[in-house]
Each structure stands twice: as structure tokens, then as C-alpha cells.
Design a protein around this ligand. Structure first.
Ligand SMILES: [Zn+2]
Length: 398
């Protein structure tokens, strides 16, 4: 499992921190810029996937057959969804607190096709499970976090390989449950008191390679050789397992009392959830095949889950950041995605002075978004005599 032995990489950490909006003490402007750049790359990938789907749609239409017609509806449906994802990002810059927060965006939520949505969800999941683990570890100081990977042999039939992996993992879990109930038939998984897992699908030209990543909280270190034997006995075709200790890094965080050092295990969780699909390593065709195979009825096959102490974690549905709740003033910044050029600022509005509220700007955004127009830049002009403010188009203001 070479994939899992990536050395710790500062660039990756900065990226993750920026995705998760973690309050790591770094220059907030630099962090914000890095995040905008990162979002731009992800949005560009979604755009390319969407373009590919439109091409498939055109080809199906050209076939002019009943099947071609059915497929074209499916292709154009997803192409449209991805094309309208995250075209605008609305940020709040709380300048007195020096913090940027993503406050509004419209997304497609097609996690298996859209790299943008997949990345945001992955970081939300990683953050939620990381927080939960810190609580569990406080209550259960005897537990140790480990990162585990289970694989099955590659194959040409994704569905068959995926089900083989899923069922093999179920067998391992069933044995653990029996041991918990009756105390016999111990396996290495029985050392885990909490497990959070996610499937990942890759294909590097030698067939489909579904595998499972998980973070487990164990009361004793996993015996890798034993686990490997147990896994081989279940799968019949794979003994490849990988277990590593998840080591925390110390990070500086801002708290009400000032800067504080905290232990952070986010890396392990980012590895689990990032991503169900290795978008950059799969072709558009392969991404589509995986989507069609694993969500045949439109309802996604569950690609992640939790066991024991990790159960019941609520991952927020919102794609936005948690906003700052006190009445700190902020500048609204609206970014628009420009094909091939990432996000650029369309609009800025200082909230305490202007007449645009978050509410009405949201409505205006939705309108503009669906009209396909380019959003004009308004600026606020204050009359020097009366002190009254008015909103004018930047182009009209001299
Ligand atoms: Zn999306």
C-alpha cells in the first residue's frame, strides 16, 4: 500500500487546513488566497467533468436511437448539475478579527462526479470525526488511534470487486460482534472500540482497485501478520493490509485565551475521507463508470460508515463554514468562477455601511446565477453633505 505511506507534506497540510477552515495561526490573507486557488482548481476539474458529460450527451443525441435518447437525458442532467456548481462563492471577511469565512455558495452535491463537492464534504467529514475522536480519547485515555487499509485483488468488474470487499469487511465485523456478545472467535478487529471507514476506488490501468481506509481506536496494537492471515481467510484473494499508528501533530490555534497548542490528528481522517474517487487519477470515463456502478438507482451505495464509539457523528450538510456569531463587522466578498482562470472578485461590500444585507444579496445572487448574466460591481457612495449612502454601478461612478 504505497499510497498510504506518503510522507507528511507541508503543502498538503496547508491545503487541508485551508479546506477545513481550521484556525491554524497563519497569515489569514495568505490562507484565504491559498483556499481560493484550491477551490479554483477543484471547480476547474468539475467544469472539465461537466464538459465531458456534454460531449457524451451530444454523441448520444447523434445516435438518434431510443437508448441514445435515454442516455442523453442522463448525461445532460449531470452535466447541467456540475456546470452550475459553485459558480459564485460568497465570503465574509471579519476584518476586526482577521478571519475569512465561506458564507454562501450553490453546489451540485454530486460527490461521486464533482471534485469540488467531494473535497468540501471530505473536509467536513474529517473535521467532524476528528472532533469526535478528541472527545473519545479524553474519556478513554487507554485507546490509541490507528490507520488501517484493507484491499482486495484488482479486477475488471467494479461491482463484483466492490461487493467482494464490502462483504469481506462485513464478515470481519460480524466476527467482532459475535466476540463482543459471546466472547469467542476473537479477531484483530475486536481490539477496536470505534471505527470510521470509507471506500476508495482507483484504477491505474490494471483493473479496478476498491479498498477501504479506516481510523480505529484500539486498546491494543494490531498484529499485522495475524490480521493479514484473517483477511486472506475471508477474501481468498488478498492478504494485503496496512496498519499504521496515527501520530498527532502539535498545532497553534487561536482561543479566547490567546494562542494555544493542540494535538491534531486530522491527517489520518483526511486520508480516510479524501476522496471516495481519486478524481485526478481516473479518466472521466472511469469516473462515470464508477458513478453508474455504485449508484445504479440514483441512491448512492453507502461509501462510508462508522462502528462503536464513532457512531452518531453528525456531519453538517452545509457546504459553508461556521460563521462567527457575534456582531463583528465584515466585508462581503463575492467571487465568480472564470473558466481557466479560477475565482476572481466580482463584488465587495462593507456590511456596516452598506444597504445590502446577507439576505437580499443571497436572493440577488440566485437570480443572477440562474439568469447567466455577469454580476455588475456595485459600490457604495456616501453623499458628503447629507451622509446618506447609495448604491451605484461601479461603471457609472466617476
Ligand atoms: Zn459540485
Amino acid at each position: 500500500m504505497k499510497d498510504n505511506k506518503k510522507p507528511r507534506n507541508d503543502e498538503l497540510l496547508a491545503e487541508q487546513a485551508s479546506e477545513q477552515g481550521l484556525d491554524i495561526t497563519v497569515d489569514s490573507n495568505a490562507k484565504h488566497r491559498a483556499r481560493i486557488t484550491r477551490f479554483g482548481h477543484l471547480r476547474q476539474q468539475s467544469k472539465e467533468m461537466s464538459n465531458w458529460l456534454y460531449v457524451q450527451n451530444d454523441e448520444c443525441v447523434a445516435l438518434d436511437t431510443p437508448m441514445g435518447h435515454v442516455m442523453s437525458i442522463r448525461f445532460s442532467h449531470y452535466a447541467d448539475k456540475l456546470a452550475s456548481c459553485a459558480n459564485f462563492l460568497l465570503f465574509r471577511h471579519y476584518y476586526t478579527l482577521d478571519k475569512y469565512k465561506l458564507a454562501g455558495l450553490r453546489t451540485c452535491k454530486k460527490h461521486m462526479l464533482c471534485p469540488f463537492c467531494s473535497a468540501i464534504r471530505a473536509s467536513k467529514q474529517a473535521t467532524a470525526y476528528h472532533e469526535k475522536m478528541l472527545v473519545i480519547l479524553k474519556e478513554n485515555p487507554n485507546l490509541k488511534p490507528v490507520f488501517m487499509t484493507l484491499t482486495v485483488k484488482n479486477g475488471d468488474d467494479l461491482k463484483e470487486r466492490f461487493n467482494h470487499l464490502k462483504n469481506s469487511f462485513k464478515t470481519l465485523q460480524t466476527a467482532r460482534r459475535k466476540w463482543l456478545k459471546r466472547g469467542n472467535g476473537h479477531n484483530e478487529l475486536c481490539k477496536a472500540h470505534g471505527i470510521v471507514f470509507a471506500y476508495e476506488i482507483t484504477n491505474k490501468g490494471k483493473g479496478w482497485h476498491p479498498h477501504l481506509h479506516m481510523v480505529m481506536l484500539v486498546d491494543d496494537w494490531i498484529d499485522v501478520d495475524k490480521l493479514s492471515d484473517e483477511w486472506k481467510a475471508i477474501t481468498g484473494d488478498s492478504h494485503v493490509v496496512d496498519v499504521r499508528r496515527v501520530r498527532p501533530t502539535k498545532i497553534d490555534v487561536d482561543t479566547a485565551q490567546g494562542k494555544e497548542q493542540k494535538e491534531d490528528y486530522s491527517d489520518g481522517f483526511m486520508e480516510v475521507f479524501k476522496y471516495a474517487m481519486k478524481f485526478t487519477e481516473l479518466t472521466h470515463y472511469q469516473i462515470w463508470i464508477a458513478h453508474e456502478t455504485l449508484s445504479p438507482t440514483g441512491r448512492l451505495t453507502r461509501l462510508q460508515g462508522s462502528i462503536g464509539l464513532f457512531r452518531g457523528v453528525q456531519v453538517p450538510d452545509a457546504m459553508t463554514d461556521d460563521l462567527i456569531t457575534d456582531n463583528a463587522p465584515f466585508m462581503l466578498i463575492l467571487y465568480k468562477f472564470m473558466k481557466g482562470a479560477g475565482y476572481s472578485v466580482q463584488f465587495m461590500q462593507d456590511m456596516p455601511l452598506g444597504e445590502v444585507s446577507t439576505e437580499n444579496l443571497g436572493a440577488a445572487l440566485t437570480e443572477y446565477n440562474s439568469s447567466g448574466e455577469v454580476l455588475p460591481s456595485y459600490i457604495i457612495v456616501t453623499d458628503p453633505d447629507t451622509g446618506e449612502t447609495s448604491k451605484v454601478l461601479e461603471a457609472d461612478h466617476v
